[in-house]
Design a protein around this ligand. Structure first.
Ligand code: SF4
Length: 231
């Protein structure tokens, strides 16, 4: 993270780890996209996630594919026919609850875990239908239905890339709205109390200046105290 960024302006965005150049693919390779580690990393705090490695499948691992129906696809190891759906879904359900603060996600396309659309779906005769969604991408979208998501292939287009960035910034503002409103309310309350104290002074009542400063120093802390009592 850029240490000069203020925490309130840090915008966390999830990324399929292989797009960052991490060697997490089934064959030990990666799919580094320079604009992810360049442009996006300059704007956002990127949070790498590799569902298959985090779910414990290891590197290298057997290649898998999506099979079955569009609404309930399964992830199956091509060579052994091992069904990994329960392993990956169980892990994803828990992991996405930790990712609800993300302001968006950049997914690797065509992956049975990360693809958002058009993942080849096998089991419909010889030709797979390009209409599946990866299990982790689906879990994230179910948990965070308003979060902007995109596949790496869409962001090759500079226009779509800029649109995604703007959507992420807007969504992040929306995520922070409750905290912002709360902060505004707190500020209003403090200034109203300060105004009351000043009115009291104007009316000839004296308030101990040290008490006033001691109270003001606690603003925003866990120890925030009540305003000094009017005499
Ligand atoms: S596409 Fe997803 S599951 Fe596959 S290597 Fe990349 S991050 Fe891992």
């Amino acid at each position: 993270m850029d240490q000069t960024r203020h925490p309130a302006t840090v915008i966390p965005v999830g990324v399929s780890a292989c797009l960052l150049g991490r060697e997490v693919r089934y064959d030990g390779g990666h799919r580094h996209e320079p604009w992810v580690t360049g442009l996006l990393a300059d704007r956002f705090e990127l949070v790498p996630v590799c569902p298959e490695v985090e779910a414990g499948l290891g590197i290298p691992r057997e290649s898998m594919r999506l099979e079955g129906a569009t609404e309930s696809p399964r992830v199956v190891v091509i060579r052994t026919r091992q069904d990994l759906t329960a392993t990956l879904s169980g892990w994803a359900t828990g992991r996405v609850t930790e990712l609800t603060g993300l302001a968006g996600f950049v997914f690797k396309s065509r992956s049975p875990s990360c693809g958002v659309m058009g993942v080849p779906l096998h089991g419909h005769g010889d030709d797979p239908l390009p209409r599946g969604r990866g299990l982790f991408a689906q879990a994230f979208m179910d948990r965070c239905p308003l979060a902007p998501v995109v596949e790496d292939t869409a962001l090759v287009d500079p226009v779509q890339r800029e649109q995604f960035i703007q959507r992420v910034v807007r969504y992040h503002r929306w995520l922070r709205l409750p905290a912002t409103l709360h902060r505004d309310e707190e500020t209003k309350r403090r200034w109203a109390e300060t105004q009351e104290a000043l009115d009291s002074v104007r009316q000839g009542h004296l308030i101990d200046g040290e008490d006033l400063f001691a109270w003001m120093k606690t603003w925003g802390s866990d120890r925030e105290s009540d305003p000094p009592p009017r005499p």
